[in-house]
Design a protein around this ligand. Structure first.
Ligand code: GSH
Length: 217
């Protein structure tokens, strides 16, 4: 059964692949699974049909037969658990890869998300500069620790896993800020993720919706 995911009809990022359908698309591509996409307007996200799938009125969602899921991390985990290529077979290595999935979403992403949000919502506030510097410090703390752990390795724990998929997805939000670029091994890690054929297919598919150019690859 071909899964159906939801994505923005008009993504606010203009096709940079920062919306959260991107990790789901990427995971499906890594798993070699075809999928369909249902596009949603911002208005449709808050309507009962979508709220029945996603109680918070957001994308992405994932439907496969009778199963309906929301939360990009849970969807990526579901795909990784059912298909080869995203989680190791060895039970301990699998547990460690899942740990990195949580680390990406629960430990590394929060200050990055707040940083993005502050730049949109707090730009005119008198405390804006102070707040931005505090968030940059929090981000550097996380990136420093992550950089030290990654070292010269290609991926966080052996072979590429769903943990790397989510970590690269989260770090991409910082591209161009100077924060990521200050850690060359992390910038190279993100570039390695983006160079994967599955990433490229996922990226092209979502960007084609914004640019009007057909997806390829
Ligand atoms: N924790 C959720 C967050 C989902 C989320 O923030 N979705 C954004 C797009 S990236 C959205 O739909 N925003 C529209 C809105 O909240 O109205 C996940 O990972 O799926």
């Amino acid at each position: 059964m071909t899964p159906i995911i939801t994505a923005f009809e008009n993504s606010p990022d203009g096709g940079k692949g920062l919306a959260r359908d991107m990790p789901v698309r990427w995971a499906l591509e890594e798993a070699g699974r075809p999928y369909e996409v249902r596009l949603r307007s911002f208005t449709a996200l808050k309507e009962p049909a979508h709220l029945a799938l996603q109680p918070f009125g957001q994308i992405p969602t994932y439907e496969e037969g009778d199963l309906a899921l929301f939360e990009s991390g849970a969807i990526v985990f579901h795909i990784a658990a059912r298909h080869a290529g995203l989680l190791p077979d060895d039970a301990d290595a699998r547990a460690r890869a899942i740990t990195w999935m949580f680390a990406a979403l629960n430990t590394v992403e929060p200050p990055i998300f707040e940083y993005d949000l502050a730049q949109i919502l707090e730009r005119d506030a008198p405390w804006y500069g102070q707040r931005l510097r505090a968030l940059e410090d929090s981000i550097r703390k996380r990136l420093g620790a992550l950089s030290a752990r990654l070292g010269e390795a290609d991926w966080l724990d052996g072979a590429f896993s769903a943990g790397d998929l989510l970590m690269v997805t989260v770090l991409r939000r910082l591209q161009g800020s100077g924060l990521l670029e200050a850690y060359p091994n992390l910038a190279a890690y993100v570039a390695r993720g983006e160079a994967r054929p599955a990433f490229k297919r996922a990226f092209d598919a979502q960007s084609a919706l914004c640019t009007g150019r057909p997806a390829h690859g």
